[in-house]
Design a protein. Structure first.
Length: 304
């Protein structure tokens, strides 16, 4: 079979470990030249190390692929732009961007520090913007390109103790859709992937109760290699008609996720008052209210 990314140049952020590592490896196997970006920090973003990115590059080269390491942070505009520049400096072009880099600083909302909230927003949401914005000019000029951004059911559905992460991940959905709308005329695509996979970040989930322990054991069965194929597909020419979508991947399942649309409406010719809203509008709308579900409540069956 022909390689789906032959001749393409792909940037993968957060590619030193976990899901990003598997994406970088598969992209290289599918013929792409890969910029393996990872500053090598801890799960909360602290510290740095060249080793994770360098190890992935070495692995790709041993398997006959082409890759270079990059250690810039996505959390600041200028360093993020240098990730894109690394692709053009080394390989002369850029065809796809995977915004995978992330950190976690979980805490129940009333105890969450401003610094913890801002740090997560900077890496996930601002980082996705910074890298995408730097690449967008290139994609506009060549009238082609694909963005794959990582979202999460923490934002799409909900979860405890992740206000910072959920806000960032739902913001990424809006960012992706806006890119898809604005750049469709230039044949540039933008999609989101929500992964279910065991990773270093998921390893920070508390396991204090038996239910939490059981949940983590189930997630451990979902390898990060299961996420990489849809990402590689979305980067390739076979997905040229796919843009503005949100996909979730869990083991061997691929879900097309819903996007916000009206559910029900009520109208009153003479307008509304707080009293008539309480008496008529809310009772009519309430049967369609969403419950305070978490991801585990919605995806309640075992992975296939």
């Amino acid at each position: 079979m022909a390689k789906s990314l032959e001749g393409k140049v792909i940037v993968v952020t957060g590619a030193g470990r976990g899901i990003g590592r598997e994406i970088a490896r598969l992209c290289a196997t599918e013929g792409a030249k890969v910029v393996v970006n990872d500053p090598g920090g801890a799960a909360d973003g602290a510290g740095s190390s060249a080793a994770p990115a360098e190890e992935v590059v070495e692995e790709i080269r041993k398997r006959g692929g082409t890759a270079v390491a990059n250690f810039e942070t996505v959390a600041e505009a200028v360093p993020a732009s240098r990730i894109v520049k690394a692709a053009t400096d080394h390989f002369g072009r850029l065809d796809g961007v995977v915004n995978n880099a992330g950190i976690l600083r979980d805490m129940i909302f009333h105890r969450m520090s401003v610094e913890a909230f801002e740090a997560v927003i900077k890496v996930h949401l601002m980082g996705s913007f910074y890298v995408s914005h730097a690449a967008a000019r290139l994609f506009r000029e060549q009238e082609s390109g694909s963005f794959v951004h990582f979202t999460s059911t923490s934002g799409l559905v909900g979860n405890f103790g992740q206000a910072n992460y959920a806000a960032a991940k739902l913001g990424i959905v809006g960012l992706s859709k806006s890119i898809a709308l604005d750049m469709n005329r230039f044949n540039v695509r933008s999609n989101c992937v929500s992964p279910f996979a065991w990773s270093r970040l998921i390893g920070t989930i508390p396991t204090e109760t038996e239910a939490q322990k059981a949940r983590v054991e189930k997630i451990k069965q979902m390898g990060p290699e299961k996420i990489a194929p849809i990402v590689a597909y979305l980067l390739g020419d076979a997905s040229k008609e796919v843009t503005g979508q949100i996909f979730a991947v869990r083991m061997n399942e691929i879900f097309l996720m819903s996007q916000s649309r009206p559910l029900r409406s009520v109208q009153r010719g003479e307008g509304w008052t707080p009293q008539t809203i309480a008496e008529h509008a809310m009772p009519a709308l309430k049967p369609s209210f969403y419950r305070l579900d978490r991801s585990a409540d919605v995806f309640s069956w075992d992975a296939i």
